[in-house]
Design a protein around this ligand. Sequence first.
Ligand code: ZN
Length: 352
Amino acid sequence: MFHLILTACIAGSSEDCAPILLPEAETGTRTECEAQAERIADAWLKDRSGLIGAGTECQPTEELTALPLQQVAPGIHVYLGDPVQMEDSADGKIANLGAVIGEASVAVIDTGVSRAQGQELYAAIRRLTDLPVSHVILTHMHPDHALGTSVFKEAGAEILGHAAMPMALDVRAQSYLDSIARLYSPEEVIGTEITLPDRTVADRDSIDLGGRGLSLQAASTAHTDNDLTAFDEATGTLFAGDLVFRELAPVIDGSLIGWLEWLEVSPKPTPRVIVPGHGAVTDSWAVAIGPQTEFLTALRDATREAIAAGAPMSEAVPQITKSLQDKNDAWNSFSETAARDATAAYKELEWE
Ligand SMILES: [Zn+2]
């Protein structure tokens, strides 16, 4: 299979360029790819006035830059992100991403931090199968999970997210794009855009990949107000998104109490493989949620204590952070996250 790569440069800067994979031009031969290269590249550039083209090339699948994927269950392939915060990462590829291969098509779970990472996931899937990517499931709006979607949309996939996700992502769109542009090189971020879900899930839904189904479940406000999980019945694999953090300190951007409530209810059926949003895959639900539950419980208790003692937020946050210090070694990017979480917890719990 051959793929069209357009070199796109920031208008006015011939040095800041990046390869853009245009999946519409996917063909069996180089000649067919080359025959449609100009038309497809021009059509893509026409809608993006900030970018100019600097040539096209047709590449075979094996030459594409691809993310390393690991098979964690039959037909379930996972990219394991580097479990640190975006500020501590050179390229922002910190989230776990997944691909589930059915008999008729493929579903992608989360698309990464940029167009570049989405393309690398797409290329990794193409090394495994020629089947179409029919669905993208976005576990929530955060930029490390949801900014690589455009390449899959152009490939014809339907994009699914929690019912609250379109608004949550839309209001943060510019700040997310600004933040990746500030943190990472132009090569990493060129072509990255916000792609909102085509179809949303308010409670439960399911998708069919041919001989294999994924059930989707929307959570109440927890890590964010738009957390969505995907469960593969064939293998018992749960894609938990950031409802489950391992190794990377958990970030509260929704509700601490809501998250602890979510953690209290074990999923049914019990998952046999749990893919967290960050950190290692495990086959044990207790292992998956144990340290995170302990962290969030300690945070809740320390925050309640500070509020009961009448501490204003400016004093309470350092107190709470200090009381969590014994957890510092267990979590990456602990210090920044603990202070942020303490602020979020204080704001939530002061009205209890
Ligand atoms: Zn998140």
